[in-house]
Design a protein around this ligand. Structure first.
Ligand code: ZN
Length: 270
């Protein structure tokens, strides 16, 4: 499932190609994505120029010349890919957006948990939620400490709760807590200020490295130009149960925390 570094990589790979281009045609083949693709979607996007492309949480946001926002969430298996003009549609190609240079952006999503909409700027907070962006200036040790205080949930669950921190999922939740030396099952409300500081620092480090490596290609993730990411080769704990910790050699353990597999080193993470 694409998380922040993968979505950031998609936005960065598509930005230079899409900004300044106009949309000349939109084909919607499948409306049954998350929330449904609105009947007005194609009409709202056709004829518009793309003025900017950015990421917020796990959303790709394209600013249009009429001020509206074309919003894409990749869900579990979504891929937003720029390619040469429209050929024969592949299986699960649900939306095709043709550009004025003849190329086309295709949204492919086998499991259809993704979202595709053109919204008013005022609706953005309601769509994306108000969770802190972990690469934004507001994600500070003090802010994380305040979010964690009095919470009985585990720190892993807190980091993955999109209403509080937007963009992290299971891969990066595990990797960040290893880097910070904090056990994923620790109760959030019991963390010290120093531990929150280490988690914030580890978050920036892990996400920064992952973006530089083009994200993690675990199953079918590709960037906006169809390229795989390589950060999966640098995972320290995710999906490494039984393998030696790269820091101390202790076998990595796996345990279910709030329904998701947590991977951790019992010696390095307290
Ligand atoms: Zn270790």
């Amino acid at each position: 499932m694409p998380e922040l570094p993968e979505v950031e990589t998609v936005a960065r790979s598509l930005g230079p190609e899409l900004v300044g281009r106009c949309v000349v045609a939109v084909t919607v083949r499948e409306r049954r994505l998350r929330g449904g693709v609105a009947r007005s979607f194609a009409a709202r996007l056709t004829g518009r120029r793309i003025d900017g492309l950015a990421r917020r949480g796990k959303y790709v946001l394209a600013t249009l010349d009429d001020g509206r926002i074309w919003l894409v969430h990749l869900g579990m298996t979504g891929r937003l890919t720029l390619g040469p003009g429209p050929g024969a549609p592949a299986r699960h190609d649900h939306v095709v957006v043709r550009l004025d240079d003849g190329r086309a952006v295709t949204y492919n999503d086998a499991r259809r948990f993704g979202r595709m909409a053109v919204i008013e700027p005022a609706a953005l907070d309601a769509e994306t939620g108000a969770g802190l962006d972990p690469l934004g200036p507001a994600f500070t040790p003090a802010a994380l400490f305040a979010l964690a205080r009095h919470r009985r949930a585990s720190i892993k669950a807190l980091l993955m709760d999109q209403r509080r921190v937007a963009g992290l999922g299971n891969i990066y939740g595990n990797e960040i807590l290893f880097r910070a030396g904090v056990h994923p099952g620790r109760r959030a409300g019991r963390l010290s200020r120093a531990e929150c500081g280490r988690i914030v620092e580890a978050t920036r480090a892990v996400l920064g490295e992952a973006i530089r490596r083009g994200g993690s290609s675990i199953s079918d993730y590709r960037d906006g130009l169809g390229r795989t990411g390589w950060f999966q080769l640098d995972h320290r704990v995710y999906d490494r149960a039984g393998e030696p910790c790269r820091r101390c050699g202790t076998p990595i353990r796996q345990r279910s925390i709030v329904g998701r597999s947590s991977f951790y080193c019992p010696r390095c993470q307290r």
